[in-house]
Design a protein around this ligand. Sequence first.
Ligand code: AMP
Ligand code: MG
Length: 330
Amino acid sequence: MKTLVIKGDSGAALGAELLQSGEIVAFPTETVYGLGALYDNVLAVEKIYEAKGRPKDNPLILHAYDAEMAEKVAFVDDKAQKLFEAFSPGPLTLILPKRDNVPMKVTCGLSTVGVRIPSHRVARELIRLAGAPVAAPSANLSGRPSPTSAKMVYEDMSGKIPLIIDGDDSKTGLESTIFDAKTNTVLRPGAVTKEMLEDCLGEKIYFAGLAGKDERPKAPGMKYRHYAPRAEVRLMEAGEIVDCISSGARSAVGVLASAEVKEKLSGLIPAENVFCYGKTGDLEAIAGNLYKGLAYFDSLTEVKLIFAQTVEEKGIGVAIMNRLNKAAAK
Ligand code: AMP
Ligand code: MG
């Protein structure tokens, strides 16, 4: 199958036609690129699992145009409505009781469904033209990093899907926050932080499956190993990275770090072995470049070990450290 790559609104127009004819298409969102099917077309939903090699019991998120469209597939109570009003369109997925029209293939037999209202203009145009929610996981092969550009999608999906809609680099770069409003639990940290949810609801919010006193039991779908790069990842602070490289740990080492660390390593290690993910403390930039950086080292076959600089666990730093910890877990 030939895979077309078409930019913006023209891509969205063709994408909506393809969705309506039962095809699957990759499209940009502000978090990462998605691989979408019309939510109620079971055969198309199956194509998503096949193209990704996704485990059959890992449910999909439905992408709606607005709260009114979300209401057609899920029961949106006052609390969910309040959260949609505060954070949507944007990077927040709510776990809600599903309606009967959502096929079990989408939720993998669960009575709940994840619903998100994306803010990316092209994603919104695609959903608007399709006229119904779009079921979509990230547009990568299972086990690979979530794509944050059309080029990254092409590397995984070329020949498997008819269309990639190109909408430039994903602004956030990390998958959405997943929040179960019934149990006040964050199932996956993202750009909408625990503090933001607490401020909005005026209630205590918990993390699922993360270390610490706020821990709650793991949620369905979280048993799957996340992406880990080919090379071993070691999480280190800036000073440790500079010390290790200065004292000789150079060959076969890649460094994923800030601009400041990159500068200090100049002349000590080949420039191509260092991927700068942004300035120290610029957590938005670091989130945006994280998957690109990890994928970069997969393409450098000589790199066997990656020194990844840790960030402060505040704001979106919690989500960055969540993904880095997963990348480092062997
Ligand atoms: P992905 O689309 O690849 O970013 O993954 C979506 C994630 O959302 C899955 O790994 C699930 O853990 C989670 N998810 C989707 N639907 C539900 C649900 N009904 N209940 C709990 N988690 C869900
Ligand atoms: Mg994914």
